[in-house]
Ligand binder design. Structure first.
Ligand code: ADE
Length: 248
């Protein structure tokens, strides 16, 4: 899968793309992440990418020319590439959106800066706007790396063990169960007995119940959409959950 990232700060991405899961996925050729310097598509001596807003007001607006040129240049190489603008007014990024994007072969992520970008570029050239949450960042760059990371984890081969992505929080609509490793005793707390039992059926049941309990405590909204079976519902009922949308 290819991610092109249009930005005025291409250097921003160097270390996240060298480290950990992303670094390895790039090394193995499973994903390509290519920061594209917007200033390379400017035509003036100062490599200007912003201008004052029509109608007045605070801040600067990203000027449409260089952005349109950069997007056209990348689309000419691959017309199927989907153009996504990172913006606080976009659809909120989630596991479902990440799954959808992971099925694409090529996305072009556009990082906004300043107060925003000229609306005409969005109208003519952007397929989708994505937000990573209800807060305002100084630019789309941190959001772009969040999207690249979350989507890449879902690309076959990137995690090595496909079960890790399956067990992640949200993949089945629930928060993930708690994890333990050695030592058996730590700061007065023991590893739950069931995890030492070697009984894989019991361990799977315990983990499922912990995921349900945690989700009920912290994110009960997720239970409405989660894929729950009869045992799950019984367990939640015993915990006092009488949620809507119950399927018998
Ligand atoms: N740019 C500024 N704020 C943002 C946000 N919350 N999500 C995506 N892009 C942004």
């Amino acid at each position: 899968m290819i991610f092109d990232i249009i930005t005025i700060f291409p250097g921003y991405f160097s270390s996240p793309l060298e480290e950990g899961v992303l670094g390895k996925a790039i090394e193995q050729g499973l994903i390509k992440v290519r920061p594209v310097n917007l200033r390379d598509f400017t035509t003036d001596r100062h490599k200007t990418t912003d201008d004052r807003p029509y109608g007045g007001g605070a801040g600067m607006v990203m000027t449409p020319g260089p952005l349109a040129k950069a997007i056209s240049f990348l689309k000419e190489r691959d017309s199927r590439a989907k153009v996504i603008l990172l913006s606080p007014r976009g659809e909120v990024f989630s596991h479902e959106v990440a799954v959808r994007l992971s099925r694409l072969s090529h996305v072009i992520l556009v990082c906004g800066r300043y107060e925003g970008i000229d609306e005409r570029v969005i109208e003519k050239m952007v397929d989708q706007e994505l937000s990573i949450g209800d807060y305002v960042l100084s630019g789309g760059e941190p959001a772009a790396i969040v999207v690249v990371d979350a989507v890449s984890r879902l690309v076959p081969g990137v995690l090595g063990c496909e079960d890790s992505a399956m067990a992640d929080s949200f993949s089945d609509g629930l928060l993930e169960y708690p994890h333990y490793t050695r030592p058996r005793q730590f700061m007065g707390l023991s590893v739950p007995e069931v995890l030492l039992s070697g009984d894989h059926g019991n361990i799977a049941r315990w983990r499922r119940q912990q995921a349900l309990r945690l989700t009920l405590e912290r994110r009960p909204d997720l239970l409405e959409k989660a894929d729950l079976d009869r045992d799950d519902w019984q367990f939640l009922k015993d915990l006092g959950y009488g949620g809507k949308g119950r399927k018998e």
